[in-house]
Design a protein around this ligand. Sequence first.
Ligand code: ADP
Length: 508
Amino acid sequence: MTSSRTSPGLHIIHIAAEMAPVAKVGGLGDVVTGLGKALQKRGHLVEIILPKYDCMQYDRIQDLRALDTIVESYFDGKLFENKVWVGTVEGLPVYFIEPHHPGKFFWRGQFYGEHDDFKRFSFFSRAALQLLLQADKKPDIIHCHDWQTAFVAPLYWDLYAPKGLNSARVCFTCHNFEYQGTAPASELASCGLDVYQLNRPDRMQDNSALDRVNPVKGAIVFSNVVTTVSPTYAQEVRTAEGGRGLHSTLNFHSKKFFGILNGIDADAWNPASDSFLEVQYSANDLQGKAENKSAIRRRLGLSSTDDRQPLVGCITRLVPQKGMHLIRHAIYRTLELGGQFVLLGSSPVAHIQREFEGIAHQFQNHNHIRLILKYDESLSHSIYAASDMFIIPSIFEPCGLTQMIAMRYGSIPIARKTGGLNDSVFDVDDDTIPLQFRNGYTFVTPDEKGVNSALERAFDHYHNNNESWQQLVRKDMNMDFSWESSASQYEELYAKSVARARATASRA
Ligand code: ADP
């Protein structure tokens, strides 16, 4: 195992449950890779630790090999061996932890949604720290993400700093406060944390269920830096309405809490070099975009008689957060307005998946509507490229990546003004916004009237002023949503936190 620093910058370790494209469920996977690559480009040594899932895309890992070293990690009073694998994903060094526990923690055919998620991921959090300790790594920053690896923060300070893994500051990013991973307090003991010490109101005790612990709350309390994924969402979660029970904790710790808008991986999402596309294209050559539209219409069996019939795209997890009733409404309204609609989505919730299967069935041979209810990365690229407009009517949206990807592919976003959508989509008709930032259509109230108002204005513009629409498409494609500026904000937070620690150490 390489243990020494090879770069002049900071040594940053991300511990996460997802990483695109090998293990991606949603935006978290994109962020770990995108932020990691941007920080690496800026001269930092970035390493990632992931579980070794059976269902990963192994063909996207280069040079995967098992290390000779075995890492022994604690679980429920005993030590279990972990085999550690190392490989490269998108140019980033990644360690994969394979527990040799009879529970086959990451050998389940899916990433999340198992009865023992709390125990599986608290086990992984501890095994990741054990790996760092055993490999004698001296990171400056340990960055953990979401509830699955939130355990890293209390584990680090309570168990691992005293063992000598004490060079690092801990940064925690919450990508969505909806998912807090609470569990009966007693379950915390399985990874060796002290239930009696931690199940307290100022530590990990859930703010509404006193017999439960809340890993996200624990990470807020125990991390040096806490971030979420957009400035607007950072404000929203500090209110009783948006904080999902954690607003008081976030307000108490507000000095270390920041909102940084995510970027997108501008290499992975680049219509000029995207190998998933029928034809590559750029803002200077929009003919290629039109060809992608024709191609997807052929591929999905939609009518191709009218080139100027607008195609509305939507790519999403089908969960209540995403405004499913509004997505459903947008399908019917698009049809009434004479457009075409393509939805690519899948739901972890059985009844929602069934409901959309019903709609998909209703339209299965329809000329203008197609619902594809699965996760399909390749098809997602084709839809971004083919669509003229892209709808994101979220009830809440921590950051949202699809609006940024859509713009990069010249698909004009129609979005509800919430969270990160409010920080990245600005209405073309809003005179209070400087002209150069206006890039899409927005609405405020999450109801059918709201969707209609934005969708109808977009259709009007598309039909009645082709020249200005093309200008808008080119403008959106040229907007910079890369990780550059966001990564520099993370870098600044890391550097300040490290400097504070060093100043304290030198005073001691
Ligand atoms: P969230 O993290 O809440 O799911 P984001 O907008 O932050 O939402 O990220 C969604 C990411 O997942 C985007 O990269 C999007 O293209 C991708 N995605 C969502 N659903 C699908 C799907 N069914 N098939 C392929 N990609 C999908």
